[in-house]
Design a protein around this ligand. Structure first.
Ligand code: 3UK
Length: 524
C-alpha cells in the first residue's frame, strides 16, 4: 500500500488473535447482543479459544475447511473466529440455499466438518446425502432442549474445557476463510480471502469512512455470511471495541425498527430495497431512535430514497460499492462528502481505473469498465483457473461494473457489464432462473431481465413462451413463481412474469435480452 495514512498489516497475523488482543482490556464490555441474550468481550475470547481447542481435539487440522451455515447469533462469530484462531478455514455460506447448492459446495471445498444451525440441519443432512464428501464432524448451533442429537452441540463445546492458548502462527497472506459468490453462468465461485484482507478492509473503509468508536452500537440487516455483513457485524465493530446487535430473522422493516427501538444502535447497515420498504412502512420518530450513521451497499441507492430518509431521520445514508472479491467497500460516499445518486469517491487505500473495452482509459463523462486495486482483494476462486484469471489481473481486480466519473471525481453507477442482476442487494443469475423456469411443464422458453420499479430499484421480470395449447393467466404466473421459489433460493424468483408468443433472437438463436429491455422501456 502506497498511502502512508493506511496501516499495513503485520507480516505475521492471525486476525482472530489480533481482535482478541485488541479487546483484552474490555472483558466486561458487551460484544454481541442477539435474540437470546448478550456476550461480553471476555466471554467471546474464552469461547473462541475453547472452540479452537475442540476443533483440534476433533482432529480438524490447520488449513482444512469447515462449512459454516448458520443464522446470525453470537455462535456465528465464536465459530468463525474459533476457526481462524486455530488456522482452520471456515467456508461461510448463505443460509437460504438449497440442498443441491450445499452438496456442490461441500464437494468443491472438501469440507472436513460442518457447523450448522439446528433449523438448517435437515437441509445440510440432505446435502451430505447427495455429496461425495462426507464431513466427519457436525457441530450444531443454538440447539433446542429436545434436540434429538445428530452432532455435537456448540453451546456444550464452549461451555467449559481447556482453551487453545497460542493461536496458529498464520501469515498475513495465509488463507483465512472463503465466501461463495454467484456468477452469470456456471457454479458458485469459492472466493478465497486471507487474514491480511480482513485487516485491510478495516485499515481502509473502517478507519477512513466508517470511523466507529468504542461506544457505537452497530446493526446490519445483511447477515454475517455476506462479505458486507461480515465487515459490518464482525471486522469493523470488533476492531473498534464496539457492540454489535445480531438478528436471526429475515430483515423486514418491522424487524429492523424493533431492533432500533429496543437496542438503540447508532450505526445501521442496510440495502436499498430495504430502505425503500422502511420508508413505506411505520417509521419511528427521529427522537425515538439513536441512529447517527446509515450505510448502504449491494446495489445502487436511488437518489430519492437517500434524500427522503435523510429528511426524516436527519441522518445521511452513505452509499458505497463493494464486492465479495474485494471483501468490502472500495468506492464510497463519506460524511461531509456526500452526493445522493452517486457511489462517491475512492476509499483511501484503493485505486480505481475506468477502461474502454479495448483497455484504454476513458475520458471523464464516458462509461467505462471499473477496475480496482487494493490490499483486500481475494487470492483466487478456488479450483477455477479460468474465472480467476479473468477477474484477478495481477494487482487489478475486474469488478464487472460500468461506471462514469465526472470532472470532480464523483463516480456514478451505470449497470453491470454481464447479465447478472442485483435484486435486494443479492446476485441473481438470469441463466439459473431461466433454466429453472424451463423445468416447469407449461414453459417452452424463458428470458429474464431487470426492470426498474417506481422507486428506481431493480426487480426481475421473466418473459415466458408457453407450450402449444397452454393459455397464459394470472393463476399460471403465480403457480410458476411458486415453482421457482420451491427450487431456488427465495430471492431468485421473478417478481413479474409476462407471457409472450416468441422471444426476440439473433439469427444464431441467442436471446436478445436488450430487445426485451427496450420493449419494457417503450411500455414505460
Ligand atoms: C453491486 C453495487 C451499485 C456491483 C458487497 C458491500 O454487494 C456486495 O458484494 P457482492 O459480491 O456483489 C458485488 C456487486 O454488487 N453493488 C454492490 N454495491 C453497490 N452497485 N452501487 C452499490 N453501492 O455490481 C458489485 O460488483 O454480492 C457490498 C460490501 C461487501 C460486498 N461484498
Amino acid at each position: 500500500m502506497t498511502d502512508s495514512k493506511i496501516a499495513a498489516a503485520p507480516e505475521q497475523l492471525n486476525f482472530a488473535a489480533h481482535l482478541l488482543e485488541l479487546n483484552a482490556q474490555r472483558s466486561e464490555k458487551t460484544a454481541y447482543i442477539d435474540d437470546a441474550g448478550s456476550l461480553t468481550y471476555g466471554d467471546l475470547a474464552q469461547r473462541v479459544r475453547r472452540f479452537a481447542a475442540r476443533l483440534a481435539e476433533q482432529g480438524v487440522r490447520r488449513e482444512e475447511r469447515v462449512f459454516l451455515c448458520a443464522h446470525d447469533t453470537s455462535d456465528w462469530p465464536v465459530a468463525f473466529l474459533g476457526c481462524l484462531y486455530a488456522g482452520v478455514v471456515p467456508v461461510a455460506v448463505n443460509t437460504l440455499l438449497s440442498d443441491r447448492d450445499y452438496a456442490y459446495m461441500l464437494d468443491h471445498s472438501a469440507a472436513r466438518g460442518v457447523i450448522v444451525s439446528e433449523a438448517l440441519l435437515p437441509t445440510i443432512q440432505s446435502a451430505i446425502g447427495m455429496a461425495a464428501t462426507k464431513p466427519a464432524l457436525i457441530i450444531v448451533s443454538r440447539t433446542s432442549e429436545d434436540f434429538p442429537g445428530g452432532g455435537l452441540r456448540l453451546d456444550e463445546l464452549v461451555a467449559d474445557g481447556s482453551e487453545m492458548e497460542e493461536a496458529a502462527l498464520t501469515q498475513r497472506d495465509d488463507i483465512a476463510f472463503w465466501l461463495y459468490s454467484s456468477g452469470s453462468t456456471g457454479r458458485p465461485k469459492g472466493t478465497v480471502h486471507t487474514h491480511g484482507n480482513l485487516f485491510a478492509t478495516n485499515a481502509t473503509y473502517g478507519e477512513h469512512v466508517l470511523q466507529l468508536k468504542e461506544d457505537d452500537v452497530t446493526f446490519s440487516a445483511p447477515k454475517l455470511f455476506f462479505a458486507y455483513g461480515l465487515g459490518n457485524g464482525l471486522t469493523f465493530p470488533l476492531s473498534a471495541g464496539a457492540t454489535v446487535v445480531l438478528m436471526a430473522e429475515r430483515p423486514t422493516p418491522e424487524a429492523v425498527f424493533k431492533r432500533w427501538l429496543e437496542h438503540k444502535p447508532t450505526v445501521y447497515f442496510g440495502v436499498p430495497t430495504l430502505y425503500a420498504a422502511m420508508l413505506a412502512g411505520q417509521m419511528p420518530e427521529k427522537d425515538a431512535v439513536s441512529i447517527k450513521t446509515c450505510l448502504s451497499a449491494g446495489e445502487a441507492l436511488p437518489k430519492e430514497i437517500g434524500e427522503r430518509f435523510d429528511a426524516h431521520f436527519g441522518c445521511p445514508i452513505l452509499d458505497g460499492i463493494g464486492s465479495t472479491e474485494m471483501l468490502h467497500i472500495f468506492l464510497s460516499n463519506r460524511k461531509g462528502q456526500l452526493r445522493y445518486g452517486s457511489s462517491g469517491k475512492p476509499v483511501p487505500g484503493y485505486e480505481l481505473q475506468l477502461l474502454s473495452e479495448e483497455g484504454n482509459p476513458v475520458a471523464d463523462g464516458e462509461v467505462g469498465d471499473l477496475y480496482v486495486k487494493g490490499d483486500s482483494s481475494a487470492l483466487m476462486y478456488w479450483a477455477n483457473r479460468d474465472k480467476s484469471r479473468a477477474t484477478f489481473l495481477g494487482a487489478w481486480t475486474k469488478t464487472g461494473d460500468k461506471y462514469v466519473r465526472d470532472a470532480e471525481g464523483w463516480y456514478t453507477y451505470s449497470g453491470r457489464s454481464d447479465d447478472m442482476l442485483k435484486v435486494s442487494g443479492q446476485y441473481v443469475s438470469p441463466f439459473e432462473v431461466e433454466s429453472c423456469l424451463l423445468e416447469h411443464e407449461a414453459v417452452l422458453e424463458a428470458a429474464m431481465i431487470g426492470i426498474h420499479d417506481q422507486n428506481g430499484l431493480v426487480k426481475s421480470k421473466a418473459f415466458v413462451v408457453l407450450k402449444q395449447g397452454i393459455e397464459g393467466s394470472d393463476a399460471l404466473a403465480v403457480e410458476i413463481k411458486r415453482f421457482v421459489k420451491e427450487r431456488l433460493a427465495p430471492h431468485k424468483y421473478p417478481r413479474r412474469i409476462d407471457f409472450i408468443a416468441e422471444l426476440p433472437k439473433t439469427p444464431t438463436g441467442k436471446i436478445q435480452r436488450f430487445k426485451l429491455r427496450d420493449l419494457e422501456t417503450a411500455r414505460g
